[in-house]
Design a protein around this ligand. Structure first.
Ligand code: LMR
Length: 337
């Protein structure tokens, strides 16, 4: 641990000297690692950030984007960011628990957001800003929220009612709220890195999973899942983060260019998210490999009844006050069923 801190100190010193050498011929290299395909909301937004960042810093910065877990997998990427081996990430909000910041798991509560508009009241408001600030004691600066979308369940057997998932092994991200969500369905949650999901589904290590359509499609999971049900039962989105010492050590004019690029790529990310997920759903449908089921109103209510108790159960983990603040910001009434 001490050695790690020492190493980090060295790296930060390295950045500081690199950052002061603004007129050096060599550009500052910013590595942006992520785990999804390029052709997804996050993948496209990362590429847009690269384009804008290089433009706004007039080539003083070179952004290298590593998609599809080519550089790091889920857990490793956060460690690498803290060590300074990578500079930008956009992990799913469900993946901050292992870092010791549990509050982001509030976004995983089933049915807490009924669409992007409700979600935006949190991510674009004071609650979203307060959450990002919780990363700072970990040496991490939260720069923005990037949307992905609402999740559907998939498996090799039909899913019409909550009981249909009973006893099924379902892959989840590393979130205790998602674990509790699956337990509420009497399913068996299995935490697994994103890069391993396709193979786990293919070989039957797990029976099913949950995803926004863009991930189901671009990771080809639809090829190994016969059934998918549009439950929209939970949200999956991202926090764009950087190493605070690295960011603060950049020359002011470079940082300003990068901040502008973050701002504009965020607008872009959140503009394309719904469209990307809709077209991924259409592509899955067109493939004919996965039967897509839209639940009836009564079936959807049954999913809500089964899953809403997770809010109370997880209040002690994510914070009852935080849940209340979100209800207040969005107007969500958990007793409205
Ligand atoms: C997952 O692990 O399912 C997602 O977090 C992947 C992603 O980054 O969208």
């Amino acid at each position: 641990m001490k050695f790690r801190t020492f190493l980090l100190g060295l790296t930060v010193a390295g950045w500081a000297s690199m950052a002061t050498a603004t007129c050096a011929a060599e550009p500052i290299v910013i590595k942006f690692s992520h785990v999804v395909a390029q052709d997804t909301p996050k993948g496209k937004a990362a590429d847009k950030f690269k384009e804008l960042a290089e433009q706004y810093t007039a080539g003083a910065v070179k952004v290298e984007v590593y998609p599809n877990s080519t550089l790091y997998k889920d857990k490793e990427e956060l460690e690498a960011l803290q060590m300074g081996a990578v500079h930008l990430l956009a992990p799913s909000l469900a993946k901050f628990g292992p870092l010791g910041v549990r509050e982001f798991e509030v976004f995983d509560l089933p049915y807490i957001f009924d669409g992007y508009e409700m979600l935006g009241k949190v991510t674009n408001g004071p609650v979203g800003a307060q959450l990002l600030a919780k990363l700072e004691p970990k040496g991490i600066l939260g720069l923005a929220y990037w949307d992905n979308g609402f999740k559907s369940f998939s498996a090799n057997t039909p899913i019409h009612r909550p009981e249909d998932l009973r006893g099924r092994k379902l892959r989840i991200q590393s979130s205790k709220v998602l674990e509790e969500q699956m337990r509420a369905l009497k399913a068996l949650p299995q935490v697994m890195a994103f890069s391993e999901v396709y193979q786990a589904l293919q070989t039957g290590v797990v029976d099913g999973t949950e995803n926004p359509h863009s991930n189901l499609y671009t990771q080809k999971m639809f090829e190994v899942q016969k059934h998918m049900t549009i439950t929209d039962h939970g949200y999956l989105g991202y926090a764009v983060i950087t190493n605070k010492k690295f960011w603060d050590g950049l020359p002011a004019e470079i940082r300003a260019g990068l901040e502008r690029a973050i701002k504009e790529s965020t607008v872009y990310a959140n503009q394309i998210a719904k469209e990307e997920n809709d077209s991924a759903l259409a592509a899955v449908r067109a493939s004919g490999k996965t039967e897509i089921y839209t639940p009836t109103a009564a079936e959807k209510t049954a999913f809500k009844r089964a899953l809403l108790p997770v809010h109370k159960k997880m209040a002690s983990r994510v914070g009852a006050d935080l849940i209340e603040a979100i209800y207040k910001a969005t107007g969500f009434d958990p007793d409205s069923l």
